[in-house]
Design a protein around this ligand. Structure first.
Ligand SMILES: [Zn+2]
Length: 211
């Protein structure tokens, strides 16, 4: 599994292009504000075909450029619970995001459930519902590669905020406990913000401070 990452937009959101191999298939993960040129260049360099946009959750900063890829016929996938936010993306916290111009919405082609499997060429991801930061947060775990896209569930040294509308700290604690239980500690994680490439075991003690 090849992962290219970049950081974009007003709250430093990570966008990833994940491919099975050069010349193969790719997922565009969380297309952040201002990421589209970088994504297009990564796709071009690796000569990969994007099969879908995967939103780790529906918050504005992770979905704001969905419409650019949707307009090219690339399906957008998101976890059950956050699909409404894709239809009408809007930042709910002007203190963080200011008041940007309206973002065109998209209709998700698939609404993913806990336990679903998604594929991208040779890659297989098991979807683990991880509500808390938002109701529809999901972890995409690739057991063969030992890698996971974790969105804003957990960062290299922290966890996603739970003081937003529709957040739940209790759900967050349950989701973290479940992921620590079900995903091996040596799994390399790719979070929605901050550094990527640490292992789940390296990030766990920092998350435990909030549990
Ligand atoms: Zn978020």
């Amino acid at each position: 599994m090849i992962v290219r990452g970049g950081t974009f937009g007003p709250v430093a959101t990570n966008t990833y292009v994940v491919a099975d191999r050069e010349g193969g298939s790719a997922l565009i993960v969380d297309p952040a504000a201002g990421s589209s040129g970088w994504v297009a260049a990564a796709i071009d360099e690796m000569q990969v075909t994007p099969v879908a946009v995967l939103n780790t959750h529906g918050h504005w900063d992770h979905v704001v450029e969905n419409h650019i890829w949707d307009a090219q016929g690339i399906p957008v996938w998101v976890g059950r619970g956050d699909e409404e936010w894709l239809a009408a993306p809007a930042p709910f916290n002007p203190a963080l995001f200011g008041n940007p111009p309206p973002t065109p919405g998209v209709t998700p082609a698939a609404i993913l459930e806990d336990g679903d499997t998604i594929t991208c060429g040779d890659l297989v991801f098991h979807m683990i519902a991880a509500p808390g930061h938002s109701p529809g947060c999901q972890v995409a775990y690739n057991a063969d590669a030992g890698q996971a896209l974790v969105g804003d569930l957990i960062f290299a040294m922290g966890i996603g905020r739970t003081d937003f509308p529709r957040s739940s700290h209790d759900d967050m604690v349950r989701s973290l406990a479940r992921v620590f239980d079900e995903v091996p500690g040596d799994t390399v994680i790719y979070p929605g913000h901050d550094r990527w490439g640490v292992t789940l075991a390296q990030a766990e003690p920092y998350a435990r401070m909030f549990m």
